[in-house]
Design a protein around this ligand. Structure first.
Ligand SMILES: Nc1nc2c(c(=O)[nH]1)N[C@H]1C(S)=C(S)[C@@H](COP(=O)(O)OP(=O)(O)OC[C@H]3O[C@@H](n4cnc5c(=O)[nH]c(N)nc54)[C@H](O)[C@@H]3O)O[C@H]1N2
Ligand SMILES: Nc1nc2c(c(=O)[nH]1)N[C@H]1C(S)=C(S)[C@@H](COP(=O)(O)OP(=O)(O)OC[C@H]3O[C@@H](n4cnc5c(=O)[nH]c(N)nc54)[C@H](O)[C@@H]3O)O[C@H]1N2
Ligand SMILES: [Mo]
Length: 748
């Protein structure tokens, strides 16, 4: 079959004019082209705001403006002129809005007033901030703290997140379900065991030095577009870019940089990868183990590094040697020859970086897979030296920072002790709830309250149909948000919707002084962010002020003067610096042009593990991957749920997925053309997707695609009804959004 049989194989490169046209449309469509354009010019600039698009690092010389198509979308979506006003809410009952699409809800524009759900009319009605804070405080004081769930999405600034966790611990619980539980949790768990810190070890500059960059389970063309420029530059100077992705993703093949005028004029494009391998879903651990097997057999190891720095090498080596090639080939879906070719690239490179994202972290055996990636990198000492290291590429623009400043349901003792010293009180130590535990507590009725600092809990989590029934049974629901989403349409007995400033907006305190917040990117750089647009409504408060208001109404001012902290964010940063030594001199350092780097001991070969060394992990391969399970059943497939080019998680900007050649719809399933034929179906046929336990997603169009047989793909959040909340990653408890067993039937 010719490659052109595949949809999406037609246009040549990612980026380019297509990206610019799309930017223009987005800015104009937002109804705020000028504010949007002005905003874009200051994104990721020393004196601007941090782009809410993704967590990729900013270059040292941020003089030419660094932006990307999807950053433009994120900014324009926030800077829109549209408003979801009290009149809108008066005209639409909450139950009626539940029938709307994710796109249509957010398309109503920015929330303008604090609101309370009125059960009599089933509408949200405007209230004063004082009423809201008093009502929420009273409801929280009426329940045991451990029955309240305090969710965070990764856009919250360091200051908002730190204040939030301070309040929640003072209130009396460690229930911190966080979007990272659904995201890079496995990276945190695996890297903490392997290198003593749950973060990546590379900095942006390392991408200029690496001889080979392995990109595993990630689609940067859509989700981290600025990373493409770094890959493209590396490829242009001769580095090998080795991709492992079941799908042929266009951005990982060629990229025309919209910021490169010459390339745009010539209509040219540069390769972003040099070698593209298409493993089966969940097959990466086997693929990496296969490569390690080759390196071990050839003996081209950094023995000095292994002896001086590592622990557990011999045990791991025995496990690798005992793993047979048939198993490696069957799980990975790659031939031994392909794996040997990839291993040779690794061996020929002096400096190697390995990056990964959701294609690796959202499986049952994700922690073991990431351990294997670390093992593989240890083999030739590819960590803790220039141009080499481990790079989990984070999602939300401050998800890493939120964790750093204490959003953690089982925070280390040292952190709790430091908080206690700072506050002069005793704090709870019982481990709290992560996302799946919080969800379980809502499903079994033990949870009484949900507070969401951003995000869209009910749509982002698995089994969205079950949660939609459970959330309205809560005593209290509170959502701090910029735009309306489905989670807001499941109010508890007392339901509140609180509108906040977005990152692009100017935040002035009562004295009129502009406040900045700070965020941490994937490379552990902490920098300041100050908005430049006028607030979407005069009634908005910053997330910090909202957290302070709720805190004061709930725990009072005996321990902290919340209002004073909200007035002057420097005071919050001073507190953070006293609790976390790495933030020493925070207020000065964050005002330096590029901010500052949070030291990562592993990047200097200091291993804060129990062994004091970098640990090899000797997990066996999974007994069977979900793909192997599916092979045992007639008509069974394994499904991954991922993002289109026109969405930000549950925020749906539009219905197109340009790079994959899908336009005007989202209910599609990508499938290998031979699988289509084997099922007796044709491209465009409509099917229902059947999950386990009677789960069904109805009416999806089949799209032939370059993807391994037995593997299928479709978009989240529409397919979250199929993700089981009781299937999760070993030790990470992350929903297995990339390996869901499914079957098909003709659409009903
Ligand atoms: N524009 C935009 N930017 C975003 C986001 C967004 O929604 N829109 N979301 C943000 C967030 S929170 C996150 S976490 C990141 C997500 O960034 P990504 O991790 O890139 O997100 P996904 O769309 O889930 O894509 C997963 C990729 O992994 C591949 N994959 C799936 N399963 C496997 C597997 O088993 N093995 C391998 N090797 N590959 C696999 C898929 O084919 C796909 O290319 O992006 C962030 N940035
Ligand atoms: N099936 C499946 N499920 C997944 C995933 C997957 O790949 N497949 N990915 C998972 C991942 S990686 C993640 S990170 C989660 C994401 O889960 P969440 O972080 O909960 O979801 P988002 O869609 O990012 O949240 C969007 C909402 O955030 C609010 N918002 C936007 N900006 C701001 C702001 O500045 N402040 C405040 N307070 N609110 C704001 C808006 O109201 C918007 O509707 O989803 C997870 N779920
Ligand atoms: Mo994420």
């Amino acid at each position: 079959m010719a490659k052109d049989d595949f949809i999406g194989a037609t246009s040549k490169a990612a980026g380019g004019w297509g990206a610019l046209k799309s930017c223009g449309k987005q800015l104009l469509g937002s109804g705020a082209p000028l504010a949007g354009m002005k905003a874009m010019l200051q994104a990721n600039q020393p004196d601007g705001f941090d782009c809410p698009g993704c967590a990729w690092g900013d270059p040292e010389h941020g003089s030419s403006f660094e932006f990307c198509e999807n950053g433009v979308k994120a900014v324009a979506w926030e800077a829109t002129k549209r408003r979801a006003t009290p009149e809108f809410f008066a005209a639409h009952a909450v139950s009626a809005l539940r029938g709307w699409s994710d796109h249509d809800l957010e398309q109503q524009g920015r929330l303008t007033h604090p609101m309370r759900h009125d059960p009599a009319t089933d509408t949200y009605v405007p209230v004063t901030w004082d009423e809201a804070f008093a009502g929420i405080g009273a409801a929280l004081r009426a329940i045991p703290p451990d029955t309240a769930e305090f969710y965070t999405s990764g856009r919250a600034s360091n200051e908002a997140a730190f204040l939030y966790q301070t309040f929640v611990r003072l209130y009396g619980t460690n229930n911190f379900p966080d979007c990272s539980n659904m995201c890079h949790e496995a990276s945190g768990v695996a890297l903490t065991d392997a290198i003593g810190i749950g973060k990546g070890t590379v900095r942006l500059e390392d991408f200029e030095l690496a001889d080979a960059i392995f990109v595993i389970g990630q689609n940067p063309g859509t989700n981290h577009p600025r990373m493409l420029a770094d890959l493209r530059r590396a490829a242009a100077r001769g580095a090998r870019i080795v991709v492992f992705n079941p799908l042929k993703e266009k951005g990982l093949q060629r990229f025309a940089d919209p910021q490169n005028k010459l390339e745009m004029m010539r209509g040219g494009s540069e390769p972003t990868s040099t070698d593209y391998f298409q493993p089966r879903l969940g097959g990466d651990m086997a693929a990496v183990r296969g490569m390690a097997k080759v390196v071990l057999a050839e003996g081209t190891l950094d023995r000095a590094f292994i002896e001086a720095e590592c622990h557990g090498f011999d045990d791991w080596r025995a496990v690798v040697e005992a793993t047979g090639w048939p198993e490696i080939e069957d799980q990975s879906g790659l031939s031994r020859a392909e794996i040997e070719r990839a291993a040779r690239i690794y061996m020929n490179a002096e400096r190697v970086i390995c990056t990964w994202a959701m294609g690796v972290t959202q499986h049952r055996h994700s922690v073991a897979t990431i351990r294997e990636i670390a093992n593989f990198m240890f083999l030739r000492g590819n960590i803790g030296r220039p141009g080499a290291g481990l790079c989990p590429v984070r999602g939300h623009s401050n998800v890493q920072g939120d964790r750093t400043v204490g959003i953690n349901e089982k925070a280390p003792e040292a952190f709790i002790a430091a908080m206690e010293a700072e506050l002069g009180v005793t704090l709870p130590r019982r481990p709290g709830h992560n996302v799946l535990a919080a969800m379980g507590a809502m499903l079994d009725g033990s949870a009484k309250a949900f507070v969401g600092l951003g995000g869209n809990f009910a749509r982002a989590t698995p089994d969205s149909a079950l949660l939609a029934e459970a959330m309205p049974r809560l005593d209290l629901t509170v959502h701090v948000a910029t735009k309306l989403n489905h989670s807001h349409l499941l109010p508890g007995r007392s339901g509140w919707l609180l509108p906040c400033l977005g990152r692009t907006e100017i935040d002035r305190n009562a004295a009129g002084i502009r406040q900045i917040v700070t965020v941490e990117d994937s490379m552990s750089m902490v920098h300041g962010s100050g908005g430049i647009n006028l607030p979407a409504s005069e009634h908005l408060k910053s997330e910090i002020a909202i957290v302070a208001g709720i805190a004061e109404a709930t725990v009072g001012t005996g321990v902290l003067d919340w209002a004073a902290l909200a007035e002057d964010h420097d005071e919050i940063r001073a507190m953070i610096a006293r609790v976390l030594p790495s933030f020493d001199d925070y207020n000065t350092r964050v005002r330096q042009p590029r901010g500052f780097w949070l030291r990562n001991p592993a990047s200097e070969r200091e291993w804060r593990t129990p062994t004091g060394r970098a640990n090899f992990g000797a997990d066996p391969l999974p007994h069977r991957t979900e793909w192997q399970e599916a092979q045992a059943g007639q008509g069974a497939f394994v499904l991954q749920t991922f993002r289109s080019h026109d969405q930000y998680n549950t925020t749906i900007y539009g219905m197109d997925d340009r790079y994959r050649g899908v336009y005007g719809e989202r209910r599609v399933v990508f499938m290998h053309p031979e699988d289509l034929r084997a099922m007796g179906r044709a491209a465009g046929d409509r099917v229902d997707v059947l999950g386990t336990g009677g789960r069904v997603a109805e009416g999806f169009r089949l799209v032939p695609y370059d993807i391994p047989r037995g593997c299928v793909a479709g978009y989240y959040p529409e397919l979250n009804v199929l993700v089981p909340h009781d299937a999760f990653g070993d030790r990470s408890h992350t929903p297995v959004s990339k390996s869901i067993p499914v079957r098909f039937r003709p659409a009903s």
